[in-house]
Write a protein that binds this ligand. Sequence first.
Ligand code: ZN
Ligand code: ZN
Length: 325
Amino acid sequence: MRGIWLEDGALSLRDRLECPKVNRGEALVKVTLAGICNTDLELVRGYYPYTGILGHEFVGTIVEAPSQPSRVGSRVVGEINVVCGACEYCAAGLSNHCAERSVLGIVGRDGAFAEFLRLPLENLIELPPAVSDEAAVFVEPLAAALQIREQVHLKPEHRVLLIGAGKLGQLIGRVLAPVVSELVVVARHSAQVELLEKVGVKVIDEAIIGERSIDVVVEASGSSSGLDLALKAVKPRGTIVLKSTYAGKASLDCSRIVVDEVTLIGSRCGPFRPAIELLGKGVIDPTDMVIGRYGLAQGLEAFKAASERGALKVLLEPGDVRGNM
Ligand SMILES: [Zn+2]
Ligand SMILES: [Zn+2]
């Protein structure tokens, strides 16, 4: 099969990859659409040494499920952490932190930028007809945005600042706006600003953000200047949520964290079902973020488009006939 392979920081399009063989309890999924996310771009830059097929945001159809054949034909999205079910974290209900986990397209498991992928059946969630493929490909990042609401007790009176309005920032803005009275966003690119304003989220100039004026800051820019701004803006006893992975190390003024007793929270994957529900009800429609669709044959061009400064969501269509000729 065809897929996009990462090895030693170099991406390549490979035509003769072996189609995955499903293990007990797993399903083979034919990928319909997959999204390129900043984590993919960071993996190419080397934030974590990964060799294999990239990609973890997808929607597809189950084509093989030996232990549950009735599920063949289901249109699904998939939780990306594949866990052992037996370790200390799994036992505590924190299976996303399973010590033995593999993660689709990120850690020890081939990903979604290919014609087929394999995942345990328990990871695959069937989609209601109301969620289109183009919306469903956002379930994983939308769930990651929703994780902030799981981790931080947001109160209506909180002033919230979101730094960064890229692929993930757009979703975070849409998820936080309805639950706090004041959300302001720092965005650098006009297309990002336009989309946020269209959904009623206020974008402001970072120069007018007062020092120690914000209750909860969400850092989603992945830049060290974003971290500096977060630290400047947060109130004493306030919270900073880190939502980006950083290639390399970021520097941080730790004295400020100590003196002002700032809480720093790392935040990664989130709950899929609430994300599917928000998409199904049309509460959030992320499809306006799509800036391009490419067949796998144009996969490297797709990565180039996704890496442009300020680029929003680029999708890959592994089954696209034009792309596979
Ligand atoms: Zn992602
Ligand atoms: Zn485990």
